[in-house]
Design a protein around this ligand. Structure first.
Ligand code: NAD
Ligand code: GLY
Length: 361
């Protein structure tokens, strides 16, 4: 039975949109219908998620003049320009017009590539995010960052492009493999660390309930994560400033993902280890207690997330990869550190010596 538990709003003037959180929302035809203007729809999913959930979305759409289903290969390595071109090939072949609506049903890979396809097709068509991983539900589906990867860097080709709505069906999390679930939890914890200390303390206390995928705990964690994200995005949609705090751990994490080859380390795993490095650096600067770093390391272990960098990556490799990060401006690397738990800051004065000490084996 469908149950709408929370509705949040990302407040961006004429680009504002709702984020619905609940149970069985995939099958809620009225929610979907509210956000589809025309009679043409493109559903983009992948070979893992499509057999599980696309039929329900399709049924909820009711009768439409034209519905194209695109099933992408699974995996971060397919978040590429080639895959993007394959989407355009199908949509062009089926003659979708400017008032078509793209619906992304899947994790962050499907969401990011579908959003970018929607941003580009006929210079921009409507799209709806139906995220099915925890990571996509708390992070990638909200905020309008869309992209594909370049072999030399993650998410290097993309656009800021907001969806018309985000439908979060927490029931989809029941089929998510444990490793993917843990990777999503990393992004949940991120919000507590950067801007919401009470939420971080709540997560430390309630982590066993989340790991057991208890519905009430999940709904609470997703709602608080999305509320935190919506607030930051509303303040700085295109990352001119404060939005960068959402990238806690990401500069280190992207270096790990790129260095190991896309798809080897999960994004959330790389971010988890990156956040630990950011906390260690914050503690070395005397901004947070060393005990907070150790508590965070223990929390990551409870969440089954990695707590050390890959053995084959040394400081020189990190420095080289981090030099390609999008947060490098005029040759200066910007990193997100913590002034306190729940208070992130953006710094551009981290020295190479500090990084070499931090990353020394
Ligand atoms: P993903 O999309 O690769 O999904 C993870 C795996 O879970 C895949 O194998 C997928 O097929 C499978 N899956 C998805 N839903 C499932 C379900 N309900 N049941 C069973 N299996 C399911 O990875 P992800 O962690 O969701 O997203 C990572 C991507 O998101 C990265 O490319 C990252 O760069 C991007 N991202 C973007 C933003 C943003 O703001 N746009 C933020 C964070 C991450
Ligand atoms: N995931 C980082 C952002 O949305 O800005």
């Amino acid at each position: 039975m469908t149950l709408l538990m929370h509705t949040l709003h990302v407040e961006l003037g004429e680009r504002s949109y709702p984020v619905y959180i609940g149970r069985d929302l995939l099958s809620d035809s009225s929610l979907l219908a509210q956000h589809i203007a025309g009679s043409q729809v493109v559903i983009v999913s992948n070979e893992v998620v499509a057999p599980l959930y696309v039929d329900r979305v399709r049924a909820a759409l009711g009768e439409r003049a034209l519905v194209t289903e695109i099933v992408l290969p699974d995996g971060e390595q397919h978040k590429s320009l080639d895959t993007l071109a394959s989407i355009f090939d199908r949509v062009m072949a089926d003659r979708h017009s400017r008032n078509t609506t793209f619906i992304a049903v899947g994790g962050g890979v499907v969401g990011d590539i579908t959003g970018f396809a929607a941003a580009c097709y006929q210079r921009g068509v409507n799209f709806i995010q139906v995220p099915t991983t925890l990571l996509a539900q708390v992070d990638s589906s909200v905020g309008g960052k869309t992209a594909v990867n370049h072999p030399r860097g993650k998410n290097m080709i993309g656009a800021f492009y907001q969806p018309q709505a985000v439908l979060i069906d927490i029931n989809t999390l029941h089929t998510l493999p444990p490793r993917e679930f843990s990777a999503g939890l990393a992004e949940v914890v991120k919000y507590g660390l950067i801007s919401d200390e009470p939420f971080y303390r709540w997560l430390q206390e309630h982590m066993p309930r989340l790991l057991a995928r208890e519905e009430a705990a999940l709904a609470e964690a997703i709602e608080r994560s999305c509320a935190n994200k919506a607030q930051v995005v509303a303040a700085d949609e295109r990352e001119g400033g404060i939005r960068a705090i959402l990238n806690l751990g990401h500069t280190f994490g992207h270096a790990i993902e790129t260095g190991q080859g896309y798809g080897q380390w999960l994004h959330g795993e790389a971010v988890a280890t990156g956040m630990l490095l950011a906390l260690e650096l914050s503690a070395r600067r005397g901004w947070i207690a060393v005990s907070e770093v150790e508590d965070f390391r223990a929390l990551l272990r409870d969440m089954h997330l990695p707590v050390s960098v890959p053995e084959d990556m040394d400081a020189a490799m990190f420095l080289d990869l981090m030099a390609h990060d999008k947060k490098v401006i005029d040759g200066r690397l910007r990193l997100i550190l913590l002034e306190a738990i729940g208070a992130a800051c953006i710094v551009d004065d981290v020295t190479e010596a500090e990084l070499r000490t931090l990353l020394a084996p």
